[in-house]
Design a protein around this ligand. Structure first.
Ligand code: ZN
Length: 316
């Protein structure tokens, strides 16, 4: 079992190697997940512990495909993993986030019938995950994460959130939109985030789409671009960040789709226990996380009267 002592991770298959690439003091608010786009755990650790003329990079943790973890800096020191980035009114997430790099080759490309990484290595077919990124771009091949990695990433996020009282679990793609795509669609970010933030909280609210069609957007307002085709009536959502007029939600289903919807066109389902509110995981991922507790109730009673709306109206 993993623990934290004096800002250092403790537990099985955890080692420490100090990187010289560190800044000042860090009081973490977020955990930020990345993929390395590297060859293996050792090469990524080496790279993140090296000073380079073209710019230094680092992270707090590097997570191997077999679940091994190498810590490169104490959690109360700034590391350099986020670059130009913004989230929730904060600029430059290096100064606010613990960075976790996961060993993964990233986006692949086809050469003949082989899926190949940018560094020329053929990826075994059973490690290829073809999916569209939630920022768009059509279906593309991504290097999959291992079950050991996803399980350890979840354990790490739960521990860090609980220990430091973190506000959110984010991907580099969330905070450097348009510039970064990691950890990408092969990683179940919405599910890991929901479960990590569910820490002992009593409820993980769910919403139902209550309009014939409802747009899901990249930000809280009709001026933000749509992130996916409109949601249909009855689609189920996990409420991630409620705001006055709009809410950030994850769509329950096979994909890792998240975005903002207008509150006028959703209704709240009865509260469920923490752990039951996350979108379903794939079969291989399901084995790694605790089984959801029984739903407290399965009725569809709403907390406020349903409002009849036209499709046009709902395209907020
Ligand atoms: Zn990254």
């Amino acid at each position: 079992m993993l623990g934290i002592q004096n800002h250092r991770l403790t537990g099985p298959d955890v080692s420490f190697r100090q990187t010289p690439n560190v800044g000042g003091a860090l009081k973490p608010r977020f955990v930020l997940l990345h993929y390395t786009a590297g060859r293996n755990l050792e090469s990524s650790v080496e790279s993140l512990c090296t000073k380079k003329p073209q710019g230094n990079a680092s992270a707090h943790l590097v997570l191997g495909r077999d679940g091994r973890i190498v810590q490169l800096a104490a959690f109360n020191a700034v590391t350099w993993h986020a670059g130009a980035s913004q989230w929730g009114g904060f600029d430059g997430l290096n100064h606010h986030a613990i960075g976790i790099e996961m060993d993964n080759a990233g986006l692949l490309h086809l050469e003949g019938e082989r899926y190949v990484s940018w560094f020329g290595k053929t990826c075994p077919a059973d490690e290829v995950h073809v999916a569209e990124h939630r920022h768009g771009g059509g279906p593309r091949p991504w290097h999959g994460f291992t079950e050991a990695q996803i399980g350890r990433a979840l354990e790490l996020c739960e521990l860090l959130v609980a220990h430091y009282g973190l506000e959110d679990v984010l991907g580099h793609e969330d905070v450097a939109r348009g510039r970064k795509v990691d950890p990408g669609p092969a990683f179940p970010l919405a599910a890991v985030r929901s479960r990590a933030l569910g820490r002992g909280a009593d409820v993980m609210p769910r919403l139902l789409v209550n309009a014939s069609s409802l747009n899901i957007r990249s930000g809280p307002g009709a001026e933000h671009p749509k992130v996916a085709p409109a949601l249909r009536r009855g689609a189920e959502l996990v409420l991630l960040e409620p705001r006055d007029r709009w809410s950030r939600v994850a769509v329950v289903g096979a994909t890792d789709l998240e975005g903002w919807v207008c509150n006028d066109f959703v209704v709240r389902l009865p509260a469920t226990r923490a752990g039951a509110g996350a979108p379903p995981l794939s079969r291989s991922q399901r084995a790694l996380v605790p089984a959801p507790r029984q739903r407290a109730a399965t009725t569809t009673a709403t907390l406020r009267p349903a409002r009849k709306s036209t499709a046009k109206e709902a395209r907020a």
